[in-house]
Design a protein around this ligand. Structure first.
Ligand code: 0GY
Length: 289
């Protein structure tokens, strides 16, 4: 089966920045291998196989200790590859699943035992047929009882429409990739200010200061995205997470060098305290407590 986009970087560089001991890559995926974990027939893209062994090798190479593995749309709501990776990762891995509304309590408990601590709701229309909000709210109420939270993937243009729904969710809500701002507009534009206002107005909102490679218009070293991440880390030091987004599905402009991505961290989290919170204390509180 051919992938729709470039393969991930074959030999990422060693970053110059050394993450603090116990650092967590809080947004990464495993894909397949398709021969064992087939991709969903309903998927909108076909990825390159990106098995757990490669993810764990990258973790070690970059100087990280733990992973939060996020179910991606190409596997639909079949979380078998994710659960298999979590079982292999043991205490060093936690997961974010995508579940169908008819999932049983027994299945949810088995996922918890494997390390799942959140569900993801994806609102990016090129990736999924977006599920009805009533269904998602029911799922959120059920997983709240397990102490899980909700991760949402949305684009800046949809934030206003989604805000009432996000406010209704009964759990912590982590917004992927800074809500995908249009970086050409700059941090002072009303769109990014709306995102900041949402974070400011309710401390249940967290965000991942990740994916400069997806948001950048200039490419490596992603200088045009730095002010966005830096602003969020400064304003909300206790509610930010960071992740590689390996193996970078749908990256067509270029395939990032994961070492270069790690070297963006000290530009957005400029002090040892901010780095410790971003890479260790915050993800440990949310996923390992
Ligand atoms: C990401 C981004 C993408 C894909 C998915 O669920 C997914 O398939 O999240 C994307 O193409 O923007 O964060 O992994």
């Amino acid at each position: 089966m051919d992938a729709d986009y470039r393969p991930f970087h074959p030999n990422p560089s060693k970053p110059g920045f050394t993450p603090p001991p116990g650092a967590v890559d809080a947004h990464c995926h495993v894909f397949g291998p398709a021969a064992r974990f087939p991709y969903a027939p309903t998927r909108k893209y076909t990825p390159c196989d990106a098995p757990k062994e490669k993810l764990f090798a990258l973790r070690d190479h970059l100087g990280f200790t733990r992973n939060v593995i996020v179910q991606a749309s190409c596997h639909g709501s079949n979380n078998d590859a994710l659960i298999d990776a979590l079982r292999s990762g043991g205490e060093l891995a936690r997961g974010v699943a995508v579940v169908a509304p008819d999932i049983s309590d027994t299945e949810l408990k088995a996922m918890h035992a494997a390390g799942v601590r959140a569900v993801r709701f994806n609102f990016v229309k090129r990736l999924v047929d977006v599920a009805p909000k009533t269904e998602q709210l029911e799922i959120a109420k059920r997983i709240a009882k397990l102490g899980w939270h909700v991760v949402v993937y949305l684009e800046a243009a949809d934030l206003e429409e989604l805000t009432p729904f996000l406010l209704q969710l009964p759990t912590t809500v982590v917004i992927d990739h800074m809500g995908r701002p249009d970086v050409a507009k700059g941090v002072d534009h009303e769109d990014f200010q709306s995102f900041i206002n949402l974070m400011q107005g309710n401390d249940k909102f967290w965000t991942k200061v990740s994916c400069p490679e997806r948001l950048s218009l200039t490419g490596p070293d992603y200088g045009d995205v730095v002010p966005f991440g830096q602003t969020l880390v400064e304003r909300f030091p206790d509610r930010v997470l960071w992740g590689t987004d390996w193996p970078h599905p749908n990256m067509n402009s270029h395939m990032p060098d994961d070492g270069t991505l790690v070297d963006v961290i000290p530009k957005i989290a400029t002090t040892p305290d901010a780095q410790q919170a971003l890479l260790v204390d915050n993800p440990m509180r949310l996923y390992w407590a």
